[in-house]
Design a protein around this ligand. Sequence first.
Ligand code: ADP
Ligand code: ZN
Ligand code: ZN
Length: 735
Amino acid sequence: MTQEAVVLKVAVDAPVEGVFDYVLPVGWEGGGDALAGRRVRVPFGASVRLGVVVDAVGVPSPELKAVEALLDETPLLDADDLRLGQWLAGYYHAPLGEVLALMLPASLRGGAALCSHEMRGWRVLAGAPQEVSGAARQSQVLRQLHAAAGGVSVGDLRGMTQVLRALEQRGWVERCDLSLGVHRDACEVVADVPVTLVLNAQQMAAHTAISASLGQFAAFLLHGITGSGKTEVYLAVMTAALQRGSQVLVLVPEIALTPQLVARFASRFKPLGAEAVAVLHSGMTARARELAWQAAQSGRARVVLGTRSAVLTPMSRLGLIVVDEEHDPSYKQQEGWRYHARDLAVVRAQQRGIPVVLGSATPSLESLALVAQARYRLLRLTERAGGARSPHLALLDVRKRPLQDGLSAPLLEKMKAHLVAGGQVLLFLNRRGFAPAMECHACGHVEACRQCSAPMTVHRGRGRLVCHHCGAERAVPRVCAVCGSHEVMMQGLGTERLELALQGLFPEFALERIDRDTTRRKGELEIKLERAHSGEARILLGTQMLAKGHDFPGVTLAVILDADSGLMSSDFRAPERLLQLIVQVAGRAGRADKPGEVLIQTHQPEHPLLQALLHGGFERGAELLMRERELARLPPFAHLALLRAEAKDAARAQGFLARCATFFKDEATEALQVWGPAPAPLERRVGRYRFQLLLVGAQRAPLHRAIEKFAVAQQAWTERRGVKWSLDVDPQEMG
Ligand code: ADP
Ligand code: ZN
Ligand code: ZN
């Protein structure tokens, strides 16, 4: 206990930058543990807020306010967690207090006490033998308890109650309270996880390279075609990390879409105990998240499997990070603090001095560029592990061909041939709803959202027009709102319309449509996926949901219906996404004995990207896009930051960004370009006008210096009034 009060530097959970000083009264710290990483309740302005202590320094001056409460007896965040939070706050220009709050589950963020009911366990007493001859189960438990210095939780000893009672009676073990952190220093040697398959030479080379780097920072790009056995490589290096007593963090794009993957991890590591694999994603209840968080933070969970935000989970014994499908756009947070989980994973690995593995069949251009700069090490898997052949890729030129609901006659023939031969057919269309617009044939009026500058999408099943940007709905009109004509027509093609058309064309084959509209209710997606996997559904139709992480061994024909929208988009990343999509979809079709076929319907068969893909696969396509980006000075050959502003009054949003533009132009050296302000691609949304300003830096450092100066300077600008603005560092979507 100290004799003097100390000053706490507190990151307050409020939208303000910086940390704030408070007094911790004498004798409050209770015990010798570090103060940094514990939560406090502090007076802040007119309110009381939660904060996290980031440092404890010096002797307070009399005018400082005191903290109201010190909420934890031990730190919830350790030094590494605080460092990661500080990096995120600095790089993405976010308030540290809000970032640190993001690292906590909701209840703890709200100030609740850490719930400890899961903390009961058993530990071994001095003098207990290593084993009992003739009693295998007793020996097993004794070995387990001897290996874990701090004790083993009841969860990890499930089914052993009888055995434990017997050992207790002999005075060898006792019940204990496993408070957080007891496992922290325990470096248990985990049992060998049984593995049945033998890695092939390429897998072995990857496994050896990564495993040799355990204990130091190294970033690997595991570029392996779909089915080449990337997951088996992850499992092998994870086992190596676990055997060193480390925890492993695995990030996946969307857990709901990858039940097979979760099951594979869970079953492989189940022998390590009931709590061995903790899963973290947004679909869980707050309570379940908190338990998983505790298991991760305390070190009890050996493997943490989660989506984007799991990259911020405190893990006291973290020794390896795996990012599966590293190219997936869902790793980028699109609201609030717009961090990129893959990039954060690499920073976290670097800060901790551990390896990170980024895996994909279609790596992002960013990661490929880092390989070219020798910042990441490339590991290749070029063959399908099961020996299956890669599918045949072909273009279907639909110029001048009549399309029936988006389908050409040769495509229908192909579909029929595959269906009759017993195969499944997968059709891919990235537009949900019935038709993307409703247009008057007489005057050309398009039904638009009243709050957004976008046409309403027709949802025929519900008989409604729906805005996909704000969710506004209204009835489908019978006559044109402008000229009164009855000839209002649905324009374009959505999955709902395609479903109806296909049911008419192939009534004898069961069809399953998988998009956000058909999988809203809990359990619906699982049922539909099950019908797809079992082969019960013969025609599968869906949006990009279908392209993520699923293997459909029975699919012999996969069709990309609308490649043109990816080729002609205003978003410079659209062609990269199209390339990834086609290669991913191709990788899911036709496995083992059934060779697959992939058809790309397009009006632009000569497009260089499609030609490159056709003749040189993903690599040639990626090379082409890389050259285009280099010529255009776009990422990965430049660094972007996007300032977005919106206001009820268009002039205000534009005026604010004009002021920003002037500021940055004054800052600008050769290394910084300022584009805009310009209207956002969706100019009006939910009644607010949106503008944006793009900053392009040849180097990262000058760009970030300019942004830092801006963050301070703008506080005094009157143009801020009535404007909601945000900064997106490394934007993934330009809208
Ligand atoms: P990816 O993650 O690259 O898509 P997976 O790891 O899922 O590939 O492997 C694809 C299939 O091949 C799986 O069914 C897996 O069990 C099998 N497989 C992977 N590696 C091997 C191997 N070395 N020997 C036999 N089968 C393998
Ligand atoms: Zn009209
Ligand atoms: Zn709208």
